[in-house]
Design a protein around this ligand. Structure first.
Ligand code: F6R
Length: 242
């Protein structure tokens, strides 16, 4: 794993942006894996700026998001589809049909998982997968205990994850209890991975990811085994690294 230690959130976002731009410019048909949450928002802002400056085109880009809440439709402001439209897709020239987020309201969520996994396989590969880090070590919504050989599946969200995400909802009771997430094996098949980590709350999980035992109890630890992972972490998040 390569660790890039940057000053702050802004520098993390800039670095991530320039790495994604390299992929988008170098691949004929780039395939990006994207995350939601607070961590990648700055990255998306920078991508929009580069697009506005005509430094990049998303015309040939395909995207796959990591996850979606079960029960929320695309117009719900808390759905991850809504987030992606608002934070990135609506502001650049990516064709809508090239953007993929699992449907939270599919009549059969397990079928939706199967179909989503098929779409990823048909795209052949994800060139670069952007990840954030959950406080409990989750990546995507793969909570502790998720088998490392999992593919896209329905998960019951940890109480700690629901609490961490309650800040976006009116109350904790409104936070869905289930989500669809790309599996750990699906994520690990990406050609490269960029993990973004910012803030002091992430210092302990980041140290565990880097030095800890590789265990399904801490899903992000599997990244130690991936051949091409870059961690971009700010000073606060690096506090516990030696
Ligand atoms: C989001 C996702 C999650 C987040 C993680 C960190 O699509 O898959 O794993 O990356 O929960 O969230 P933030 O960035 O809000 O701290």
């Amino acid at each position: 794993m390569k660790i890039i230690n940057v000053k702050d959130y802004e520098e993390m976002s800039q670095q991530a942006c320039s790495m994604l731009l390299d992929v988008i410019r170098n691949e004929i048909k780039p395939v990006l894996g994207l995350a939601t949450g607070s961590t990648p928002e700055g990255l998306y802002q920078h991508l929009i700026e580069k697009y506005n400056e005509q430094k990049v085109s998303f015309q040939e880009t395909t995207t796959f998001n990591l996850d979606e809440y079960v029960g929320l439709d695309r117009h719900d402001p808390n759905s991850y589809r809504f987030f992606m439209n608002e934070k990135l897709f609506n502001h650049v020239n990516i064709p809508e049909e090239n953007t993929h987020v699992p449907s939270g309201i599919a009549p059969d969520p397990n079928q939706e998982c199967y179909d989503y996994e098929q779409l990823i396989q048909e795209a052949d590969r994800i060139d670069v997968q952007v990840l954030g880090l959950g406080l409990n070590g989750h990546i995507g919504f793969n909570e502790p205990g998720t088998p490392f050989n999992s593919r896209t599946h329905v998960v019951a969200l940890d109480e700690s994850t629901r609490q961490a995400n309650a800040r976006f909802f009116d109350s904790i009771n409104d936070v869905p209890t289930q989500a669809i997430t790309m599996g750990i094996e699906t994520i690990m098949e990406s050609k490269s991975i960029i993990l973004l980590v910012s803030g002091e709350k992430k210092a302990e999980p980041l140290a565990r990811l880097v030095y800890g035992e590789i265990s399904e109890d801490f899903p992000a630890s599997i990244l130690q085994k991936h051949e091409n992972v870059t961690i971009i972490a700010d000073e606060a998040a690096c506090a516990n690294l030696r």
